[in-house]
Design a protein around this ligand. Structure first.
Ligand code: FRU
Length: 547
């Protein structure tokens, strides 16, 4: 099961070989999901000057067939690379891709490509019209930062819009372009957003969400009962978002949370507090939901030497919607993951005493879906939170790790543990008293995840915006898949994705535990863990047959 896998995942999206980075242009059309990604067909490294768009299709977002490349750097307007962008499905039946080309002079410009035959099931062929670029680089762009167009949407005036990341005279901005015909585009004078402090944000995503409910909206939806989410990515590092109101007449956007959160993007909420980047969502008309993808890069250092033959995976697709408070997103693995569930084990009404550890045995835990609810019997012993920690949950977690006894917590899961516990990753909560309320901290601690040298072993952390006083419970869902641990705290309000490279999995079995190092026992009304089957993901030989 494990030998020779080199951390290859069983049900996360990754190419059979070569380099992959940002998700590009996901969409649903004619019963088929299409997924594109930054891809170097020539090897497992970034491929400066060579990037293509890889293309895979799926009937269920779980099993994927690789179709080769959809866009290659073969034209003067993209000669040095077909960089990130998005797809738009139009009411008239056309299918368009907007993407950044690195032109023959290395200048970032925006291009369009159309599906040659929109009724073709696989949509393998994309036309790059010779009139590209549709948007050459404007004169006020500094340091060649002008990239990553979003999916286009229609305003009430019938004009198309897309947003693109741009460093405008040194200021990291998100700029809007408008068009009547998708070919001639004009820039709106005011940016949708501008944030001094960071010169260039990347991979903007801009989409509507319903104020109440979990269903998704087409990217052009707007009006009463609708809010918008602006998501920006900070250079190969972190994704931030804010919920706000969008005025499609002026093309302006105002965050609902002003003050501390509104201005500086770095104070916005995080899509994920772990290692995840370049998130991009699409409206899935098949299930009436919005689905988010994101790149999860390698952190093993050695990945760039080509030994594995592949580099980079995508997060498992997540449905997302607006929380009832209207300020934060809730993210949850798409329900199709359940088709992979095989053997199930459960704990019902178990009490985990202070200092106790309980093994979840009976399933293969290297590819598993674990869902657990912790019931907090009393909050009285919660530790007082020093307000200085509010800005630095990561440091707080590093200081108060899984083994540091607390008042309420730490409790959670120990995943991918070797028999001798030398290697283990902890995913846990700790509850603090803060003013007259409580703050829940969620952590994924990789410091002991691997005995291997040169592997990044950080501590990831974020606060979970839930009301433990009212709920008395906190939930955790963790997807384990060989070299990735994706965790969803508080029903998906706080997410932490981590890459791990334990050495014991090559030769020994891996263990899963629930633990509690709080002062008192914690109740586990329900824990369910499923072994997950291996999905057919871009398998070279039987690709299309697997669908
Ligand atoms: C983000 C990014 C994008 C760019 C692409 C190139 O990871 O730098 O801004 O379009 O990667 O692969």
């Amino acid at each position: 099961l494990h030998q020779g896998r080199h951390g290859r995942t069983a049900y996360h999206f990754q190419p059979a070989k070569n380099w992959m980075n940002d998700p590009n242009g996901p969409f649903y059309h004619n019963g088929m999901y299409h997924f594109f990604y930054q891809y170097n067909p020539h090897g497992p490294t970034f491929g400066t000057g060579k990037l293509s768009w890889g293309h895979s299709v799926s009937g269920d977002l779980v099993n994927w067939a690789f179709l080769g490349t959809a866009l290659d750097p073969t034209s003067p307007f993209d000669a040095k690379g077909c960089w990130s962008g998005s797809a738009t499905t139009m009411p008239d039946g056309r299918l368009a891709i907007l993407y950044t080309g690195l032109d023959a002079d290395d200048v970032q410009v925006q291009n369009v490509a159309f599906a040659k035959n929109p009724s073709d099931l696989l949509l393998r062929e994309w036309d790059k019209p010779s009139f590209n670029p549709i948007v050459p680089q404007p004169a006020d762009i500094t340091r060649n930062n002008f990239r990553d167009p979003t999916t286009a949407w229609l305003g009430h005036d019938g004009l198309w819009r897309f947003a693109v990341a741009a460093e405008v005279a040194g200021v990291g901005s998100t700029v809007i372009y408008r068009s009547a015909d998708f070919i001639t585009w004009e820039r709106n004078a005011a940016p949708l957003h501008a944030a001094p402090g960071v010169p260039c944000w990347e991979c903007p995503d801009f989409f509507p969400v319903v104020e109440h409910g979990t269903e998704g909206l087409d990217t052009s939806a707007n009006g009463p009962g609708v809010r918008h989410v602006l998501k920006l990515s900070k250079a190969a590092n972190e994704d931030y978002y804010v919920v706000g109101w969008y005025n499609d007449g002026a093309d302006t956007f105002s965050p609902v949370e002003e003050g501390e959160r509104g201005g500086d993007v770095r104070n916005w909420r995080r899509i994920d507090h772990g290692h995840l980047f370049g998130a991009k969502s699409f409206f899935d008309a098949r299930k009436n939901r919005r689905v988010l993808w994101a790149w999860v890069d390698e952190t093993d250092g050695s990945s760039y030497d080509g030994a594995k033959g592949w580099t980079g995976i995508q997060s498992f697709p997540r449905a997302l919607w607006l929380d009832t408070e209207g300020k934060q997103l809730v993210q949850w693995p798409v329900e199709e993951i359940e088709t992979l569930r095989r053997k199930r084990v459960a704990l019902l009404g178990k009490e985990v005493g202070s200092g106790e550890l309980h093994e979840i045995a009976g399933i293969e835990t290297l590819q598993a879906d674990v869902q657990v609810v912790f019931e907090i019997p009393n909050l009285e012993d919660a530790e007082q939170l020093d307000p200085k920690w509010l800005q630095d949950p990561q440091k707080l977690c590093a200081e108060k790790g899984a083994t540091v006894e607390g008042g309420v917590g730490p409790f959670g899961l120990i995943v991918m543990a070797s028999g001798d516990m030398q290697e283990q990753t902890t995913v846990f909560f700790r509850v603090f008293k803060h003013d007259d309320a409580y703050k829940v901290l969620m952590c994924t601690d990789l410091t002991r995840s691997s005995t291997k040298e040169g592997v990044q072993k950080p501590v990831y952390a974020g606060f979970v915006d839930v009301d433990v006083e009212k709920d008395k419970c906190i939930s955790l869902r963790t997807l384990i898949d060989h070299s990735v641990i994706e965790s969803f705290g508080g029903g998906g309000r706080t997410c932490i994705t981590a890459r791990v490279y334990p050495e014991h999995v090559a030769t020994g079995s891996s263990h899963l535990y629930v633990f509690n190092n709080g002062l008192h026992a914690v109740k586990v009304p329900k824990l369910e863990a499923w072994e997950l089957a291996t999905a057919s993901v871009n398998v070279e030989d039987d690709g299309l047959n697997a669908l």
